[in-house]
Design a protein around this ligand. Structure first.
Ligand code: DX5
Ligand code: ZN
Length: 212
């Protein structure tokens, strides 16, 4: 699996050393919260520009915002390689994902824990990545919700049956135990926040999580 460290859990007063501590990660997960779609507010595209000047990792940008259609271009201009928006925040997801792809980056769609995975059916043939939330979006450090496993398994089956090409990513409550569970049902990318940033040997942990 690919391990995508969630920047939400890092120490923003020491950005350079924090990025160095996860330099072995191929991806970097950038959580954007607007205080409307979710209760908390985080950084925006300006922070992405700052991080982009310090790292050449693949920027996996997770927009937890209520108006992704109005904002996605700012994140692409700021250096996002993948822009993921929430199905719950967009009335025409197929159109928005095509627009993102036309701008030259990968397009992802995410669903919250209570959202039915079958609602993704119309986008499966075109989307680049599906992000399954295994916690309620809004903050790090929560417990993994096991209903994510059935969703990943369903998406993995659909992918095999129909020769789709999307990656399956999971976000929330990932540690060694839950990483093994999601890998077992077909997950490709794990977002890891508090579990990773709590430790000092982060680059070593990233390697171990990738091969759990
Ligand atoms: C939650 C965010 C996650 C979060 C993961 O809304 O999307 O990326 O930071 O953090 P942990 O790994 O602590 O659950
Ligand atoms: Zn996230």
């Amino acid at each position: 699996m690919i391990c995508s460290p969630s920047f939400l859990s890092c120490d923003f007063h020491h950005l350079e050393s924090e990025i160095r501590s996860i330099s072995e990660a191929k991806w970097l997960h950038f959580d954007v919260m607007d205080g409307k779609f979710v209760i908390n507010t985080t950084y925006n595209y300006e922070m992405l520009e700052t991080i982009g000047s310090l790292s050449d990792q693949f920027f996996d940008c997770h927009l937890m915002i209520e108006d992704p259609r109005d904002q996605y271009q700012k994140y692409i201009q700021a250096g996002a390689d993948l822009v993921t928006f929430h199905l719950e925040a967009e009335s025409n997801p197929l159109d928005l994902l095509r627009r993102i792809q036309k701008s030259g980056v990968k397009a992802g769609i995410s669903i919250k824990p209570d959202t039915d995975v079958q609602l993704l059916y119309p986008v499966l043939s075109e989307v680049d990545l599906i992000l399954i939330m295994s916690v309620e979006p809004g903050k790090g450090g929560q417990k993994f919700l096991a209903n994510a496993l059935d969703k990943i398994s369903y998406l993995n089956d659909q992918r095999t049956k129909n020769h789709y090409r999307y990656l399956i990513e999971v976000d929330g409550g990932i540690n060694f135990d839950t990483a093994a569970l999601v890998k077992n049902v077909g997950c490709d990318v794990i977002v890891v926040g508090s579990f990773l940033f709590r430790q000092t040997n982060r680059n070593q942990l990233i390697k171990e999580l990738e091969h759990v």
